[in-house]
Design a binder for this molecule. Structure first.
Ligand code: FCB
Length: 455
């Protein structure tokens, strides 16, 4: 199914001049240099060594070799015409064990990155935890151990002390649901643990460390905006049958409200507290207050709609004739508008700050012809989802920006290098970067947007 295109001109005119446009990446997915300059081992370095867990048997040793190609990659970002770059710091690169000594060679890399962005007039959205926890901390219990909270706050303060006045925003965690559920309950992501109780304690500690970090950084006078990034889908029942409705509600509670309710209301959804019973995490006095520390922004990563069935079976979009990306995720732009309206409805009276779409994009089986990638699927994906963001703006949702996942093809976790999300193609044999048609499309959109506001 082809969705009709809005012209970039008309689309650009729907966004205010204050809107922030960006591209996103994360450390483990692009950096490589996994054992250089004193970097410590991360849980993803370790996880990738287990046979069978990464679809193509690959790892992050080289990835996009970003550490060695920083200047050229910064030029590439600037050439797109975006106003901002979202990246993450590899905690074990700057503190190999996650506690104790700092690694100055690791910090030097991020120093060049932050200064390189400034020199090019780009804003920086820095993420502290995009999943690559130091393995040494995992050996002591990882996010399930309370002490990891204290170590994280110390790490965050050190990063903020060095970079806090030169970056626009600091995100504590990227997608706590993924770390907790995929990493510690389903075990398909690092650290590969399969235990519901661990999952719940991990989720709680991620949230506590988020709140404690906000308090500490504000106390330190950190001028950057502070927030968290949640991955949220648009969830609907497969039918009006009560069982399907209940499944959708449960999915919304475990995926969205388990994180957003404590962040904005200082409490976990009561029906899930009852359901989890003895598996409920250990909560210390004051934790819920800490978690609900006001944020300067909320980051939302949106990729798909989920259709929930009461019988627990997955609903296969392709079997229902619905368009899917190369990940098998249903392409459903309207869901982004609906999701944003839902967040606004539920949390506007609970201090909901401006929302940034910190990730959105699609994996597609790009075909390269004579060095050119005409990725029309991705252009359609971006076009329709950016239109959906404009619809949410029209509906009064406070939105500050939109960032494409991803700047370039990279290591897509358990899928390895087979799934390509980039608007820039990466040839993994030569590591050559080539902007795809979607990159040119984005540049076109941004040019029109600038012209609209500076005509
Ligand atoms: C998100 C992750 C990001 C990327 C996209 C496709 O869950 O934050 O690193 O893998 O999915």
């Amino acid at each position: 199914m082809k969705t009709p295109h809005t012209s970039t001109l008309a689309l650009a005119a729907r966004f205010p001049d204050t809107f922030l446009w960006g591209v996103a990446t994360s450390s483990f997915q692009i950096e490589g240099a996994a054992r250089e300059d004193g970097k410590g081992e991360s849980i993803w370095d370790r996880f990738c060594q287990q046979p069978g867990v990464i679809a193509d048997g690959s790892n992050g040793d080289v990835a996009c070799d970003h550490v060695h190609r920083l200047e050229a990659d910064l030029d590439l970002i600037a050439s797109l015409g975006v106003g901002c770059y979202r990246f993450s710091i590899s905690w074990p690169r700057v503190q190999p064990l996650g506690h104790g000594a700092w690694n100055e060679a690791g910090f030097a890399f991020y120093e060049r990155l932050v200064e390189g962005l400034r020199a090019r007039g780009l804003k920086a959205f820095l993420t502290l935890n995009h999943w690559d926890l130091p393995q040494a901390l995992q050996d002591r219990g990882g996010w399930a151990a309370r002490e990891t909270v204290e170590h994280f706050v110390r790490y965050a303060r050190e990063v903020a002390r060095r970079f806090g006045s030169r970056v626009d925003a600091i995100t504590t965690h990227n997608e706590p649901w993924v770390v907790a559920v995929l990493g510690n309950e389903q075990g398909i992501f690092a650290p590969g643990i399969k235990d519901r109780r661990t999952m719940l304690q991990v989720a709680h500690h991620l949230l506590v460390s988020h709140g404690a970090t906000l308090r500490a950084l504000r106390q330190d006078g950190c001028p950057a905006k502070l927030g968290i990034v949640l991955n949220l889908a648009h969830i609907v029942p497969a039918s009006p049958l009560p069982a399907d409705e209940a499944a959708a509600d449960h999915g919304d509670a475990t995926g969205r409200r388990w994180y957003a309710d404590p962040l904005f209301k200082g409490e976990y959804p009561p029906e899930l507290v009852a359901e989890y019973g003895a598996d409920m995490p250990h909560i210390e006095p004051g934790d819920m207050d800490l978690i609900a520390t006001p944020m300067d922004y909320l980051g939302v990563n949106y990729y798909m709609r989920i259709v929930a069935r009461g019988d627990g079976q997955p609903w296969d979009p392709a079997a229902h004739g619905r368009p899917v990306s190369d990940m098998g995720w249903e392409i459903y732009p309207r869901g982004l508008t609906e999701l944003l309206r839902l967040l606004h409805r539920d949390y506007r009276d609970h201090g909901l700050p401006p929302i940034y779409i910190t990730e959105n994009g699609g994996a597609f089986p790009d075909a390269t012809t004579d060095g050119h990638v005409q990725d029309d699927d991705r252009i359609a994906y971006l076009n329709t989802h950016i239109s959906a963001v404009a619809d949410a703006l029209d509906a009064g949702v406070p939105l500050g920006g939109y960032m494409v996942w991803s700047l370039m093809d990279n290591f897509e976790w358990a899928s390895g290098y087979a799934k390509r999300f980039g608007i820039v193609h990466v040839d993994y044999a030569t590591l050559t970067r080539t902007p795809k048609a979607s990159a040119h499309w984005l540049t076109d959109l941004l040019r029109h947007w600038k012209e609209t506001h500076h005509a």
